[in-house]
Design a protein around this ligand. Structure first.
Ligand SMILES: [Zn+2]
Length: 226
């Protein structure tokens, strides 16, 4: 969150482009070649995996990610090399792909990427006027810990953007963890009534909550605008 992070600007870093990592992704074993320095600088997951490969054997074994989707890993590489979040160009699929990409970036420990994807989820939801599906929610809540900004974002989409029809037809299929987070968040909003009218509280939207409300920042990932 903004305000409780370091305000130090990011230190400049000179990359070394002579070493590569091979990453094998998915059950189909799709091979990717990535500059070692580029990915290990951004991802603690790959920094640890890379160190393990070098120390144990002397030669570099591929990093295997059999449970990941090569298509989503390509989205991560797009971010890594071009600082753009690009998923399948299908409006009804974009939301789900973004959620999967967020989960992958979060797993890799790349908070800058995860934060950028959170922004894209907000943009996509508002532009396409959609809320996360029950399937999206199950995916997100199975693969993220309690307190994850993604959980809060998906809950807020339902709290601020869902209509009565969504609640009456789909709420019984939502996971317990989602409903528990929903009621906790609802309680926070209710307490906000003290300083706002009911209309102001329920007239809010996800996009008005402030992007950093759905970001994670730490010493290595300074707050937006810092
Ligand atoms: Zn931020």
């Amino acid at each position: 969150m903004a305000g409780d992070e370091t305000s130090k600007p990011r230190e400049k870093r000179k990359y070394e482009f002579s070493e590569h990592l091979q990453v094998v992704v998915g059950s189909e074993k799709k091979h990717f070649i990535v500059h070692k320095d580029v990915i290990t600088c951004r991802s603690p997951f790959f920094a640890a995996a890379s160190a393990e490969r070098w120390n144990n054997s002397g030669d570099v074994k591929p990093i295997e990610l059999p449970d990941e989707d090569p298509k989503i890993f390509s989205t991560y590489l797009q971010w890594l090399y071009h600082a753009e979040v690009v998923v399948e160009d299908k409006p009804n699929n974009e939301f789900s792909e973004l959620i999967k990409a967020y989960i992958m970036a979060d797993k890799f420990g790349d908070l800058t990427c995860a934060n950028a994807i959170a922004d894209e989820i907000i943009r996509s939801g508002i532009i396409h006027n959609c809320i996360p599906t029950v399937s999206d929610i199950h995916t997100a809540f199975e693969d993220t810990p309690d307190g994850s900004p993604l959980r809060k974002l998906l809950v807020d989409f339902w709290m601020f953007e869902a209509d009565d029809e969504a609640f009456s037809t789909r709420s019984e299929f939502l996971p317990y963890t989602f409903l528990a987070t929903f009621f906790r968040r609802h309680n926070e909003v209710q307490k906000g009534r003290l300083s706002q009218t009911v209309m102001q509280v329920y007239g809010a939207s996800v996009s008005q909550q402030g992007k950093c409300a759905y970001h994670r920042h730490d010493a290595s990932h300074p707050a937006c605008g810092a």
